[in-house]
Design a protein around this ligand. Structure first.
Ligand SMILES: Cc1cc2nc3c(=O)[nH]c(=O)nc-3n(C[C@H](O)[C@H](O)[C@H](O)COP(=O)(O)OP(=O)(O)OC[C@H]3O[C@@H](n4cnc5c(N)ncnc54)[C@H](O)[C@@H]3O)c2cc1C
Length: 384
């Protein structure tokens, strides 16, 4: 258990006062407004949230896997589900290996749901960035910090892989998947922000990015999948997957066992939220996603693979077809269709992660077109 501090972005203490009032309405009466966090006074006014949780997510997941197996559960990796069938007599899933798995209940926890088109309209997929910087021992006592910026920044401490160095993890810079191909800039922005707020940091030793899924009203969708009888789902955890995943495990167990659970209605995936802010964010998500189909009208960015240097990628126009072409570091050319297998958006190159990202709903693929992240559930099509 460690302390958490929400500090003001550009001296905006009004925002902190609003957050304090909201925290108190939610029953968090031990949250206090303080003039500055005692260990990092340079951050200025902050809300102090005592007794927050920080844990190592890989150790947590490994512990869960062990607990499942100890209770007789079976885990299969490298097993890709291609179809989920809510048959009234016998629900089942099929896999790309050609197997059929029958079950009384199915839980779809694939982060972006692969079984239901409607969720592509009720949530948005965002890239989020993190860097790990070496820090001098004693410069930072364990605590969580995050700010009130619209795209908020967060800070945690960790140890390097072999426990050799103290590392400060700093994250943020979220944007819609595929809407910014100059992805390295976001790591640079994080570094600049960190040097301003935590001037003791040394060199960057890690950087990575991945997706978070934002629902239209800030709460995950957890429960029975709409209009289905035996298929449950967990999605849209809004960057709080550790919390929402745990709630999901408890809530779906209760729903399947028909035990009452006070959270069922709150997280119900079929809920209708008619709050103007939620309706606006749903419309905004739909509009900004669909506008990206404009890429069909754009010409290819190079004429042929020979125009690419090693490590570069581009979309090439071949008659009416759009081809995603990547030349690897050894000069070998990899080509596949540039059309996303979800709703047929044209994928864009993500320079920092070396992936093809779909700007319409956020599916992602390797440079050779292999699926990494849904809602697509198939690789990009091969080309001759
Ligand atoms: C940089 C970054 C920092 C973050 N920081 C935090 C944090 O501090 N706290 C926090 O709570 N959360 C954080 N998150 C969010 C958190 O990581 C996610 O919310 C969480 O990992 C989602 O868990 P999940 O099990 O739903 O999805 P995933 O971890 O994506 O797991 C989904 C699984 O489903 C599998 N799958 C997908 N499709 C199929 C298919 N067709 N067949 C079979 N299997 C399939 C995938 O291979 C994958 O293993 C962060 C995320 C990022 C990117």
């Amino acid at each position: 258990r460690i302390d958490g501090y929400l500090f003001a972005h550009v001296d905006d203490t009004h925002e902190l006062e609003k957050e304090l009032a909201a925290a108190q309405r939610a029953g968090l009466t031990d949250v206090k407004l303080i003039s500055n966090p005692p260990q990092q006074p340079q951050l200025g006014a902050a809300l102090h949230f005592p007794r927050q949780g920080q844990f190592q997510p890989l150790a947590y997941v490994a512990g869960l896997a062990k607990a499942i197996q100890a209770k007789g559960g079976l885990l299969y990796d490298d097993t890709h589900v291609d179809q989920i069938v809510d048959d009234a007599n016998q629900p089942y899933v099929t896999t790309t290996h050609g197997s059929t798995i029958k079950a009384r209940y199915i839980v779809v926890a694939t982060n972006s749901p692969i079984h239901s088109a409607e969720f592509a309209l009720k949530q948005g997929q965002y890239m989020t960035y993190a860097i790990g910087l070496r820090i001098p021992p004693e410069a930072y006592s364990p605590a969580l910090y995050w700010d009130t910026a619209h795209n908020y920044h967060y800070v945690r401490a960790a140890s390097s892989e072999h426990g050799k160095d103290d590392i400060l993890i700093v994250g943020g810079e979220d944007h819609k998947v595929g809407h910014d191909s100059n992805t390295q800039t976001h790591f640079n922005n994080l570094l600049e922000w960190t040097e301003q707020h935590f001037p003791f940091v040394q060199d960057v030793v890690y950087q990575w990015s991945g997706e978070v899924i934002e629902p239209m009203d800030a709460l995950a969708y957890i429960g029975l999948s709409p209009r289905q009888q035996s298929v449950y789902m967990i999605t849209a955890d809004s960057g709080h997957g550790m919390t929402h995943g745990t709630i999901g495990g408890m809530l779906i167990t209760d729903l399947i066992l028909e035990r009452p659970n006070p959270w069922a209605e709150l997280y119900d995936p079929a809920r209708r939220n008619l709050h103007p802010q939620s309706l606006f964010s749903m419309m905004e998500e739909g509009l900004t996603g669909n506008l990206q189909f404009i890429d069909y009208l754009k010409p290819g960015s190079v004429k042929s693979p020979s125009d690419l240097a090693n490590g570069e990628a581009a979309i090439i126009q071949d008659g009416l077809k759009k081809i995603a072409v990547y030349k690897d570091d050894e000069g070998e050319v990899h080509q596949c269709s540039a059309i996303c297998t979800h709703w047929k958006g044209v994928v864009r190159w993500n320079e920092a992660e070396k992936t093809w990202d779909c700007p319409v709903h956020g599916s992602r693929f390797t440079p050779c077109g292999k699926l990494i992240q849904g809602p697509a559930n198939k690789d990009l099509e091969p080309v001759d």
